[in-house]
Design a protein around this ligand. Structure first.
Ligand code: GLN
Length: 528
């Protein structure tokens, strides 16, 4: 029998409808893989076998009912019905721990479902568990998790990117066909690039953030990971849409095109005549020459297929990083004020037992170094006398960054093509000592968040044996078009050698006495 974990979601959905596989079999196969290989990868913080199998049985019962009432009822099931989904550990699932990768939330059990959790349950999706992440989504490597780093299945000595590294790895390592993450400055697209998966940050407002641990509220967006564009689009379809409980979620229709992407021939033909901009500023200083080569080859392939690619300029790109590191920490410092040891997570009482001492000890020991760095940066940027100089100024520059993109949409570009990450996956520890080097990992993704736009990263080959991601950026609400372009690129490269390659032999790696993440954790731990 074929290994069910190797099939994409749309193939599993077909198997479920024809009766070739049950949700219990599909979910069971993925749970087995996740449990077997998590020692080597540390991608999962919670694997909820019991809850997942119960949801799978319920999904199978629905399939049986639908089958009894005819093929229309089977067709009406959502493409995600009965299939496994991994959730970044900042999405609330009632009754399940939610840590956001932080000690300060260790043992905190979410009392309710996030909006996207409700949506997944409503379409019959099966939640397998919660995935590892940089603490409060601050980072680009998943090394800032309080629960140890996640390893990249393509090379276990390298990082998977971040902050949604666990979700990216769950998909890349075939533990789940679908995963959700959040992207505040690149945290879906950059790990997607580094693990050879598809990851989209939708338009700001496309998905409700109700029940998601907040990092920077004007930038955070939830989005999908999958191994191809069709699956990623179907997952976005399942969770998108207006929700009264998040006033920033927009009353914009969710396109049905997301669950009806074209087949290979139509998708490839659809590239003809598409006008794509290639922003010259995205070939940033420090970009690996071989990564640039892969991107230019992908652009050439799109041109051969009939797309019209023109070099364009986004002149304020260079200010993206600086403005992001004012806006994001400022908003984070406000959002993280709620973790005081009184309302959430463990409470560490101070020496005199007073409330101030409790705050200080809980926050002092509960937050990691990167989170403290952000709180200090943000508090400073918002403080009296500095607000105008930093926060307000950054918001003005943000408007200029958005204006760069608006000018291109006004000229009629269908999308922009760019690198997602300037380099492939880097080795553990390589950027830990230098926060600015870590921040530069997101130079090509941050401006898209600043402008509130959708962006998707898709695999476009390998460099040094590691995946490279191509980024497609679109006008607001153009997710379906971005996925159609992504489908087109998949169609014209479906025969490429690199498409057939798979990550490392994880079963063997899991048998090692001390797998990489455990060893890294030991190395990082302060000496007694
Ligand atoms: N790496 C960026 C940061 O550390 C972006 C993180 C994110 O998108 N959540 O802030």
């Amino acid at each position: 029998m074929t290994d069910l974990t190797r099939l994409p979601g749309h193939a599993l959905a077909r198997a479920l409808r024809t009766g070739e596989a049950s949700s219990r079999e599909i979910v069971g196969a993925h749970l087995d893989a996740a449990e077997r290989e998590n020692r080597a990868l540390n991608a999962w913080l919670v694997i909820d076998r019991h809850g997942a199998l119960a949801a799978a049985d319920a999904a199978d019962a629905r399939v049986a009912e639908a089958r009894a009432s005819g093929s229309d009822a089977l067709d009406a099931l959502h493409p995600l019905h009965g299939l496994p989904v991994a959730l970044k550990d900042l999405v609330s699932v009632a009754g399940v721990q939610c840590t956001a990768g932080s000690r300060i939330l260790e043992g905190y059990i979410a009392p309710y479902d996030a909006h996207i959790t409700e949506r997944l349950r409503a379409v019959g999706g099966v939640i397998l568990g919660k995935t590892n992440m940089d603490e409060f989504a601050m980072g680009s490597s998943t090394e800032h998790s309080a629960f140890g780093p996640t390893a990249n299945p393509w090379d276990l000595e390298t990082v998977p990117g971040g902050s949604s590294g666990g979700s990216a790895v769950a998909v890349a390592a075939y533990h789940a066909p679908f995963a959700l993450g959040t992207d505040t400055g690149g945290s879906i697209r950059q790990p997607a690039a580094l693990t050879g998966t598809v990851g989209m940050k939708p338009t700001y407002g496309r998905v409700s953030r109700y029940g998601i641990v907040a990092f920077a509220s004007s930038l955070d967006q939830i989005g999908p990971f999958a191994r191809d564009a069709r699956d990623a689009a179907a997952l976005l379809h399942a969770v998108a849409g207006r929700d009264e409980r998040d006033s920033t979620s927009a009353p914009v229709d969710v396109p049905t095109a997301l669950v009806d992407l074209p087949g290979d021939d139509e998708a490839a033909a659809g590239l003809r005549g598409k006008r794509l901009g290639l922003p010259r500023e995205y070939f940033v200083a420090g970009m690996a020459p071989d990564v640039e080569r892969r991107i230019r080859e992908a652009v050439a392939a799109l041109e051969t297929a009939g797309a019209v690619v023109e070099e364009v300029s986004l002149p304020h790109t260079e200010y993206g990083l600086a403005t992001y590191y004012i806006v994001a920490p400022a908003e984070a410092s406000a959002n993280l004020a709620r973790y005081d040891g009184i309302r959430y997570g463990p409470r560490l009482t101070g020496g005199d037992g007073g409330v101030l001492a409790t705050y200080l000890r809980t926050r002092g020991e509960g937050f990691g170094a990167e989170v403290k760095r952000r709180i200090m940066l943000g508090t400073y940027a918002l403080s009296a006398g500095y607000y105008d100089a930093y926060y307000l100024k950054a918001q003005k520059v943000r408007t200029l960054i958005k204006g760069d993109f608006d000018a291109l949409w006004a000229q009629g570009f269908d999308a922009l093509v760019a690198p997602t990450s300037p380099t492939v996956a880097f080795r553990f520890g390589a950027r830990l000592a230098d926060p600015v080097a870590m921040y530069l990992s997101d130079a090509c993704t941050l401006p898209v968040n600043m402008a509130g736009l959708p962006g998707v990263s898709i695999p476009c080959g390998l460099s040094e044996g590691l995946p490279v991601g191509l980024q497609l950026i679109g006008a607001p609400w153009s997710e379906a078009r971005l996925f159609e372009l992504a489908r087109g690129y998949e169609a014209i490269t479906s025969g490429a050698d690199w498409r057939a390659l798979e990550p490392t032999d994880l079963a063997a790696a899991s048998d090692q006495a001390t797998p990489t993440p455990a060893r890294r954790l030991a190395e990082l731990a302060p000496a007694e």
